[in-house]
Design a protein around this ligand. Structure first.
Ligand SMILES: *[C@@H]1O[C@H](CO)[C@@H](O)[C@H](O)[C@H]1NC(C)=O
Ligand SMILES: *[C@@H]1O[C@H](CO)[C@@H](O)[C@H](O)[C@H]1NC(C)=O
Ligand SMILES: [Zn+2]
Length: 518
């Protein structure tokens, strides 16, 4: 039996209204109990992050590369946690762990949430894992709260579920699907860091449907095994066509939301636990080669040298200045042509010097430039300014130089509505009065920071098929991709609470007694 579209619309409206007054609906429950049990569920996330962090291939360090033994064990553990909150779980064609509840109206578009469970070598507990674990905890909180408010769970069982002593479906005397109006799916992406096949986002590309045609299936790992061969060997997919089963039709998605540690120092410096991401920066990678004349360090007079390393040093210092950096810029309002773009960052991270001997004037110096900005036009203008600069420097020093573009990714904006919803959720859980926020012309006055993500994320790939939003969580010292990565327990709970709050209004909640006639 299928409810009519109008009925659905009406009931979803009702649910949204219900979501606004959670406390009023907690009939029969002391509001204090509900809040206490919520906090217990939120705090479960930090314990699980530590547990997941023990699953490693490394000896004393954390390492889970795509399809390694620890990687598979982590998938298994995450699936068990998803099972524990009653999601229908599966491993898809690239080993993404998928957990879904259809909700009462399965034909409604689904809210997706997730992040990745692979790590770099000597990584930390939080990069990727935080988004997966936070989503599981937030959905658990959403379901437990709905069960309590609709009276389909006993007080004793609710407490056992919150403490993780009893699974939700054992305790709830109703199908869990009946507790949500619309479908919700958590995706734990199997691969984001790009270490095994030297290319990022293979997992999210399987979900967006672009993996089979990306050429990535032919990419080989260090042992010469191609991705397609690996998928076959692992029994995940036999042919590229099999992968279409892992993709999601964009029409069936309401949006995608990812919680991620910030991986930078901004929130910590501002003293804020949460920030909302407005977009993911675009990125260009350039390869610069400077060729001079190699020679003896003792016999060639300074005036007769064509030293590419001295030229490179000059060019690199200039790049730093073009991109608003350098010692003069510290603590100052940046000046210069790109000063307005605070998201602009430029990095020379790799250099080779030929022949690289202490008693030889170098013959060739090659280096990379990584340029990122939320504004694609700024990024293109920076590239041409950098090029001109290198050209004029090289002609003055009589060096032969080339600048090649290696990699180019466009900036991806987050969906403006989701940005506002996440900001409102973050404000709510931090006890920032929603009335003052509402009075102050919406969230424009919200003290929740807005950030641009300089790093790529699964959300970037997901943006090609749906509305996307991200929330950043403060981390210690801005450190990531390191065993020193850290996020406090309090901040993890705050992030889960905010995601729960977001889901409560985005997905809504169902009141069984009010909807039995449907
Ligand atoms: C430097 O780059 C040039 C041009 O790409 C290349 O031909 C050369 O082999 C590179 N040299 C070194 C030492 O990496
Ligand atoms: C993170 O910080 C807490 C509190 O200072 C500490 O107990 C914990 O060991 C740290 N975790 C890591 C992975 O460094
Ligand atoms: Zn990550």
């Amino acid at each position: 039996m299928r409810a009519s579209k109008t009925n659905q619309k009406a009931s979803i409206l009702l649910l949204t209204l219900a979501a606004c007054c959670a406390r009023v609906f907690a009939a029969g429950w002391a509001g204090k109990t509900l809040e206490e049990l919520r906090q217990i569920v939120y705090s479960e996330a930090s314990t699980r992050l530590v547990d997941l962090g023990q699953i490693t291939d490394g000896d004393g360090n954390l390492e889970r590369l795509y399809m390694s033994p620890a990687h598979k064990q982590a998938a298994h553990q995450i699936q068990a946690w998803m099972d524990g909150i009653g999601l229908h779980t599966s491993l898809d064609g690239v080993a993404n762990v998928r957990g879904r509840l259809q909700g009462k109206y399965p034909e409604q578009p689904a809210w997706l949430m997730g992040s990745h469970y692979d790590t770099v070598v000597d990584g930390g507990f939080f990069d990727g894992a935080l988004g997966v674990i936070a989503a599981i905890a937030a959905v658990k909180a959403l379901l437990l709260e709905a069960a309590m408010q609709t009276g389909v769970i006993s007080p004793i069982d609710a407490r056992s579920v919150a403490h993780g002593q009893k699974q939700l479906q054992e305790a709830v005397k109703a199908p869990l699907d009946s507790l949500l109006p619309a479908p919700v799916e958590i995706i734990a992406f199997s691969e984001e860091e790009g270490l095994r096949f030297q290319s990022t986002f293979l997992a999210s590309q399987a979900v967006t449907g672009s993996l089979a045609t990306s050429g990535l299936l032919d990419a080989k790992d260090a042992g010469g095994l191609s991705l397609m061969e690996l998928l076959r060997q692992e029994g995940l997919a036999q042919t590229p066509a099999d992968l279409s089963k892992s993709s999601i039709n964009p029409e069936h998605i309401a949006g995608y939301v990812e919680v991620h540690m910030e991986q930078g120092p901004v929130l910590e410096a501002m003293g804020k636990p949460l920030g909302v991401v407005t977009g993911i920066a675009g990125q260009s990678r350039l390869s610069v080669s400077m060729q001079g004349i190699q020679g003896h360090a003792g016999t060639v007079p300074m005036g007769l040298r064509r030293d590419p390393l001295a030229g490179a040093a000059e060019a690199i210092q200039q790049i730093e200045q073009i991109c608003n950096g350098g010692p003069e810029a510290a603590g100052q309002t940046p000046r210069g042509p790109f000063a307005k773009d605070t998201s602009l960052v430029c990095t020379v991270g790799s250099m080779t010097i030929w022949p690289g001997s202490s008693n030889v004037i170098p013959g060739v110096v090659n280096f990379t430039i990584d340029i990122r900005s939320q504004d694609d036009e700024v990024r293109r203008n920076v590239i041409s300014t950098v090029r001109q600069n290198i050209d004029s420097r090289c002609s003055r020093r009589q060096l032969q130089c080339s600048v090649e573009r290696r990699n180019e990714v466009q900036a991806v904006p987050c969906n403006a509505d989701i940005v506002e919803q996440l900001a409102a959720a973050a404000a709510n859980v931090q006890g920032i009065s929603s009335s003052s926020a509402a009075a102050g012309k919406g969230m424009a006055t919200s003290p929740v920071p807005r950030l641009v993500s300089g790093a790529g994320h699964d959300a970037m790939a997901m943006a090609s098929i749906t509305k996307m939003g991200m929330m950043f969580v403060r981390c210690a010292g801005g450190i990531s991709h390191s065993s020193l990565e850290n996020v406090t327990k309090e901040d993890i709970s705050t992030a889960v609470a905010a995601l729960h709050d977001f889901l409560r209004s985005a997905v809504g909640r169902i009141d069984l007694t009010a909807h039995q006639e449907l």
